[in-house]
Design a protein around this ligand. Structure first.
Ligand code: AHG
Ligand code: MN
Ligand code: MN
Length: 328
């Protein structure tokens, strides 16, 4: 079953559904097929390496960051279902002001290329996106309030992982489903139906190099992860790819706990709420897991600005609960 067939099938379950969300998802899937094409030949095309500029985060932009961002913006501008976008690579949100877009119901936020530091070393990278129904009135350009909604108001969220296979994972309140790209046909085909995050796991995932900057409670939790305890399966395995999409795709499928906590240098951690922590928490929670900032559910955080960061503890329900009990 292709992505289109699946979303049409799902739409049929809602008599008053208009199929706009399905169209929007198809457009995002199209953009990611273009990105996938560049990712797969990155070593050959002149698409590797630095773009020679820094983004609003002060991070050096890779050529693939810029390419992916432009493809997503152009495809969504041409879509009849998107009023505007916010992106990791743009200082401000972009309101599309053509007659179709101002009458569109949805806005999209995305991290066009997640895990940029892994591009040149051929490790898995991804694209993260999420979709809200706009709060501003139709018929006029979307406004900033459309982009500062809590994650719990999301209509849908998903990611594409450009790995040994290219997969699109898409979550709505109906559940989480995975589609693998069949390159010879150019279609995402349903391969992982109704994905569930295992309630427990044996893998913890964190940039251990930051330990010297963590507070004592977090340090004691990391000690707990490394202690011998047959009953709980410890010591756990440690896996850290350095691409949030890849680390969380493993967590969704095999279970585990991914953490990017605050530290003495980064009081709110590193990962951005709007286009990394909210979409990934929505997906993991729709699959039965938990996404927490360490003090509250990620999806409950009130966004105050587009590029705000939050600490994140996310993955298997029991592992997140254990972590929170020790660090709080
Ligand atoms: P991006 O490439 O979009 O900036 O995201 C990179 C993020 C995330 O993908 C990953 O989990 C994290 O950076 C890794 O950070 P460290 O290298 O500091 O561990
Ligand atoms: Mn990212
Ligand atoms: Mn990015």
């Amino acid at each position: 079953m292709t992505l289109d067939e699946f979303t049409i099938y799902q739409t049929r379950q809602f008599p008053n559904a208009t199929g706009e969300l399905s169209t929007l998802l198809r457009d995002i899937g199209l953009a990611c097929k273009f990105i996938n094409k560049q990712v797969n030949k990155a070593g050959l095309a002149d698409i590797l390496g630095a773009h020679g500029a820094v983004n609003v985060q002060g991070e050096e932009q890779m050529k693939l960051d810029v390419y992916s961002n432009e493809v997503l913006i152009n495809v969504l501008r041409n879509s009849s279902e998107c009023a505007g976008i916010a992106s990791e690579e743009n200082d401000h949100f972009v309101a599309f002001d053509d007659i179709h877009s101002v009458n569109s119901k949805y806005v999209v936020m995305f991290d066009p290329l997640d895990g940029s530091s892994n591009i040149d070393v051929n490790a898995s990278i991804g694209t993260i996106f999420c979709i809200y129904k706009r709060k501003s009135a139709l018929g006029q350009p979307c406004t900033e309030e459309d982009f500062l909604q809590k994650g719990k108001n999301l209509m849908a969220a998903g990611y594409v992982i450009y790995g040994s296979s290219t997969m699109l994972v898409y979550a709505t309140r109906l559940g989480v489903n995975g589609f693998t790209l069949e390159p010879s046909v150019g279609e995402f085909c349903l391969s992982h139906k109704d994905m569930k995050c295992p309630e427990n796991g044996k893998v913890y995932s964190i940039n251990q190099g930051n330990t010297c900057k963590y507070d004592d409670k977090l340090k004691s939790f990391l000690e707990y992860c490394m202690e011998e305890d047959k009953e709980s399966g410890r010591p756990f395995s440690h896996r850290y790819i350095g691409s949030m999409v890849a680390d969380l795709h493993r967590t969704l499928i095999k279970g585990g706990l991914f953490m990017y906590p605050a530290d003495s240098k980064n009081p709110n951690g590193k990962l951005r709420l709007i286009y990394e922590c909210n979409p990934m928490s929505y997906i993991i929670e729709m699959a039965g897991g938990i996404g927490s900032t360490g003090t509250q559910p990620v999806l409950e955080v009130t966004p105050t600005e587009l590029h705000m960061r939050v600490p994140i503890f996310i993955g298997s329900k029991k592992m997140v609960e254990k972590a929170l009990s020790l660090i709080q």
